[in-house]
Design a protein around this ligand. Structure first.
Ligand code: 5GP
Length: 188
């Protein structure tokens, strides 16, 4: 997606350890016009896919997920990182975060992820694929079907995309970063 790639090259910042900071337009301050274009592109790419629900993980996945859900007129459910005391009946799994270097639990109510659902997972970044693997676990626990996964940015050098595609998951990434070596952004 040309507009997104240009924006990453213009405003993205590279950090040690292969981290790309995009907090002026995606992760902290958000650009709703760009986010709308991102959602339009997800809708285009998944146009022929049977989907009845969008799933994401709080917090950074919510903006692209809700824009996509709005365009498709589908409900959007986000996996929570803290179990609310009021949430019974939930599915839970553990995800390792390499940006935070720790494990965290994500959970979703069985009321909102069920057998028969065809879900599209939307998130901001695909790196090692741990968040995606957590979602696959929740989808399997629910007996739902994973229709596909859409990421704003995939960091190909961390191989999560390779793992998911080899596992037969339909993965669509709107910008693919081949390298952040020497703090230089190399975009495909
Ligand atoms: P994964 O689970 O695929 O290893 O990592 C995906 C999650 O880690 C994303 O949801 C995102 O929150 C975070 N993440 C991974 N790499 C980056 C990065 O380079 N920049 C930012 N801002 N977040 C990242």
């Amino acid at each position: 997606m040309k507009l997104l790639k240009e924006r990453i090259m213009r405003d993205g910042k590279c950090f040690e350890g292969g981290i790309l900071k995009v907090d002026s337009f995606i992760n902290h301050q958000m650009d709703p016009i760009l986010m709308k274009s991102i959602a339009v592109e997800f809708v285009r790419r998944f146009a022929s896919t049977d989907i009845n629900k969008i799933i994401t993980i709080e917090a950074s996945g919510i903006a692209p997920a809700i824009m996509t859900g709005y365009l498709l007129e589908l409900p959007v459910v986000f996996a929570k990182k803290k179990k609310p005391v009021t949430m019974e009946n939930m599915l839970t799994t553990t995800v390792y975060s390499f940006t935070k270097n720790r494990n965290y639990d994500i959970c979703v109510s069985k009321d909102f992820l069920r057998k028969g659902d065809h879900v599209l997972f939307i998130d901001d970044f695909l790196a090692n694929g741990n968040a995606a693997k957590g979602i696959i676990d929740l989808v399997n626990q629910a007996g739902a079907t994973l229709a596909g996964m859409g990421f704003i940015i995939e960091k190909a050098f961390q191989h999560g995309g390779e793992y998911l595609r080899n596992a037969g998951v339909r993965v669509e990434s709107l910008a693919i970063i081949d390298s952040l070596d020497n703090c230089e952004i190399k975009i495909r």
